[in-house]
Structure formats: C-alpha cells, structure tokens
Design a protein around this ligand. Structure first.
Ligand code: SF4
Ligand code: SF4
Length: 313
C-alpha cells in the first residue's frame, strides 16, 4: 500500500517542508489555451479528476461571450496561431459547443476537443454542426476520445455498464466521417505500457480506426491522480538532478479558462489539472495570468515532474 502524504509537505509556496527553495515554472509561450466547457457530464466515472457528473455545476457552461476576449488577447499577443482545446465535463452537453469550436477555427487555430463520444455527441444537431465544421475547416480539428481501457470490462468498470459499446458507436460515426481521432486511455490497469499499447492497437485494427496506438501523442495513457499518496516535493535543484527543463511543464505553455458558477466572469487557471486549488488561479485575463507558477501541489510532483505526462496534444 502507498504511504499517505506527509502533512508538512506542500504547505508553503516558497519553501518545501525541508526548508529548500520550491521550484517554479516561468511562462514561456502559449501553445495551448484550454477552455473548460462546463463540469456537467452525461456519466459519472469512478475516477474523474475534475469531479464531473450529471449534477456537477462547479463550472457552468462557457459561452461565446466568455470566450471571445481570450481569442482577442491571443491575437494581440501573437502573430501566429496556437492550439485551442476544450475539455469538460462532456463538451457536447454545452449548447454553445459548435459555435465555440467555430470561433476558434475562424481565427485560424488548431482545435482539440476531448469527448466521451457518447450520446451528447451523437445528437443530430451536434453531428450536423461537426460535419459542417469538418467541411469548412478540413484538417484543423482533432477529437480525443476517452477510452479508459481497450477492453469492454476495463472501460465499463470505470464508466458504467454499456458505456464501452456506446463509445464505440460514437467512434464508428467519427471514423465514417473521417474525423482525426486520438485516444485518451488510463494507465491504472495492471498491464505494462507495452501491453496496453498492444491492446489499443488490436482494438484500433478490429474497429478500423486510423489511430496510431504506439504514438504517445496520439494514444495518450494518463496516470492516476491521487493527491493523498506521498510524493517528494520539487525543489529548484530537482530540475538538474532529474535532467528535466521547467519549460516542458504544461504550465510553461498552457492555461485553462473556466467559468465558476458563483462568479460573473471567467477565470484563468495555471493548467488543466489543478482546478480547485485557489493558488493555481492565475488571473481573469490571459495577460494577468502569465506569472510564474510555484509547484506547491502533489500533482506537480507526481503527475508532471516525476510522471512526465502532459495533457496537451
Ligand atoms: S466522461 Fe470524462 S468528464 Fe465525464 S465523468 Fe468521465 S472522466 Fe469525468
Ligand atoms: S500540475 Fe503540472 S502543469 Fe499544473 S501547475 Fe503543477 S507542474 Fe504546472
């Protein structure tokens, strides 16, 4: 069994429990701006890190009015285009989702949408909108579908009975219409990464999906996120010891916009992972939010610095 986290750790943003200088990540450039479309989801998974469910309303639906100022800020900051990514909840529950996607594409950005490819995505109005965007902006949109495991058993254990078959129908529809697809899996199951990738490769072949299960940027296997398990704190010396550059952390190149239910405007968070810790709310505008991020959370250590995973494409 894993040891519980030492309560003296992750208390002071500047120093660690041992009194050493805590590591920070300085903002480098914006490669991906994430938008949380809302925390509502059509299902309730056993290990949803953002606590989405059919009743979760901590993040309300993002609207075109919420999104537009951030797209304007990107245009002011950069001459080039970036990646705009949507996560949830399930984005296709948000009634504005097609328009939000269109707004990103109209500005020339690449678009990534995380979805469970279940019933909300399969509603005729959403399908029609997706097909229209696909025709108008060919090659600019990727859908990353959550398939926790390549087996029905493993996936349904996490997401509820029958969810694997429903997601497969969604994948079949997306494949039939030539959408670019990624898979988001989980490494929680006991097999090695090699075995997991072989399992996904077999599933892709049987289902006729054009998805490379061996490419970690296309079939992404996320580690579990348990902030109660003990992890080392990250000091400034760690970068050299581990031979990792702080610029490779997600918070050097990304931010996430959310709309909290009790607030009258959207906020910007340091990353997609730390959505309920006020230390990681970095501002209301993009420009306000580009200061250094102090790695004062177990996820920073376990998931990013030591685990090496990234939520971006
Ligand atoms: S489908 Fe995704 S957002 Fe919805 S509950 Fe499951 S993990 Fe959370
Ligand atoms: S969890 Fe990772 S991306 Fe988020 S603030 Fe910590 S190091 Fe940065």
């Amino acid at each position: 069994m894993n040891a519980p986290i030492d309560p003296r750790k992750f208390q002071n943003p500047v120093t660690t429990a041992k009194g050493e200088k805590r590591a920070s990540v300085f903002f480098k450039e914006l490669k991906t701006l994430w938008f949380n479309s809302g925390s509502l989801c059509n299902i309730e998974c056993a290990n949803c890190y953002i606590q989405s469910s059919p009743t979760a309303d901590h993040f309300i639906y993002l609207t075109p009015e919420d999104m537009a100022p951030y797209l304007d800020e990107i245009d002011e900051m950069y001459a080039h285009k970036i990646e705009i990514a949507f996560t949830g909840g399930e984005p296709y529950l948000n009634p504005h989702m097609i328009r939000l996607s269109e707004m990103a594409l109209e500005r020339g950005h690449e678009l990534l949408i995380l979805t469970n490819a279940m019933k909300p995505m399969m509603r005729p109005r959403v399908q029609k909108g997706l097909l229209d965007l696909q025709a108008r902006f060919p090659g600019k949109m990727t859908l990353r579908v959550s398939l926790d495991h390549f087996s029905q058993e493993g996936h349904d254990q996490e997401r509820g009975e029958g969810s694997f078959d429903i997601a497969l129908k969604g994948m079949a529809w997306l494949t039939e219409h030539n959408f670019t697809l990624n898979i988001a899996g989980r490494s929680m199951f006991s097999e090695s990464e090699i075995a997991a990738r072989q399992g996904y490769a077999h599933l892709c072949k049987v289902q006729g999906w054009n998805i490379d299960a061996q490419d970690p940027a296309v079939t992404i296997l996320f580690p579990e996120m348990d902030e109660n398990v003990d992890v080392p704190e990250i000091t400034v010396a760690c970068w050299g010891i581990l031979d990792i550059h702080p610029d490779s952390m997600m918070c050097a190149t990304s931010r996430m916009v959310v709309r909290r239910k009790d607030e009258d405007r959207a906020s910007v968070l340091a990353c997609t992972l730390l959505w309920d810790d006020p230390q990681f709310e970095t501002g209301k505008t993009l420009k306000e939010s580009l200061g250094p991020v102090k790695l004062n959370h177990p996820h920073c250590a376990k998931f990013c610095v030591l685990g090496g995973a990234s939520c971006s494409a």
